[in-house]
Design a protein around this ligand. Structure first.
Ligand code: GUN
Length: 285
């Protein structure tokens, strides 16, 4: 039976580190870290995420600035706001919650955020830096996954790492981070042949494919570390992951639950990136 990786506990430890450092910055440098969160329209899931980000800011002692814009906001108006935030010294990090309404070009908005304030690490400059291993910010979910793997004590060096999913936000950067830690990395996706065989080779399996209970116990190597990035609903409408937890936990060595695994890590890593941004902007190490 697998050991459960407690994302709530690991994320609490990250937030505690950030809170202590934020308090030190305030005391020694008179600096209050600021995060601007922009939400456009009425997407209910986005609303929940944004509220959680605001709460996390409060918990670690950051100032959050929320901009809740109307669904009909034009791309130009949004770009104007990003420009104002780029030039506002109180704002160390800028996060524009995705998805945006269809009439707005997400790429144009991401590209407009100053790379120094891009705490999501979505800007092409920051994406490129990850490729060459010279980054300031890591995208929050893959960075959180790395912390969870680290918490198991399993060394990535030389291990077969399989990432299921190839999104720009999770799969691709996840593969790069595992590679940087000397894993032997395979990226699988919806068109991959022999997916079961590839998953069975994984000492470390990260699943971010967006399909409920897609990976079942028979696809998991005995003793593997299994990280489930999925946030899906099962046939009864109950929250579940991309991994069928019940069958997978019988085979895995370590496994993340959904909820309570990767989810809480994403916001903790966002707080860490915002702190890093503030320190860099102030020239503090
Ligand atoms: N929507 C869902 N996840 C994210 C995220 O990590 N960042 C932003 N900006 N939007 C999201």
């Amino acid at each position: 039976m697998a050991q459960i990786i407690d994302g709530k506990a690991v994320s609490a430890a990250v937030k505690e580190e950030v809170a202590q450092e934020a308090a030190r910055l305030k005391e020694e440098n008179g600096l209050k870290v600021g995060l601007a969160v922009v939400i456009v329209g009425n997407n209910s899931a986005s609303r929940v995420y944004v509220n959680n980000k605001k709460k996390a800011c409060e918990a670690v002692g950051f100032q959050s600035y929320e901009y809740a814009l109307d669904e009909n906001t034009t791309q130009e108006q949004l770009l104007d706001l990003v420009d104002v935030l780029n030039r506002d010294d109180k704002v160390n990090g800028i996060l524009v919650q995705l998805p945006l309404p269809e009439h707005i070009d997400e790429k144009a908005v991401i590209n407009a955020i100053s790379p120094e304030k891009d705490v999501d690490a979505f800007h092409p400059v920051n994406v490129g830096k990850i490729m060459i291993g010279e980054y300031s910010f890591l995208p929050c979910t893959p960075a959180g996954v790395m912390r969870l793997i680290e918490s198991t004590g399993v060394d990535i060096t030389g291990k077969n790492c399989v990432v299921v999913g190839r999104s720009n936000i999770v799969g691709k950067p996840q593969a790069m981070l595992l590679l940087q830690k000397n894993g032997t990395v395979t990226i699988c996706h919806s068109k991959t042949k022999d997916l079961k065989e590839k998953c069975l080779s994984a000492d470390i399996l990260v699943v971010a494919i967006g399909r409920a209970k897609f990976i079942t116990g028979d696809m998991i190597k005995e003793g593997a570390v299994v990280i489930d990035v999925g946030m899906d609903r099962d046939e009864n409408g109950k929250l579940c992951g991309d991994v069928d937890f019940e069958s997978a936990e019988k085979r895995a060595g370590y496994i993340t639950p959904v909820p309570g695994g990767v989810g809480p890590m994403t916001i903790a890593m966002l707080m860490k990136n915002t702190l890093t941004a503030a320190k860099q902007q102030a020239g503090i190490e």
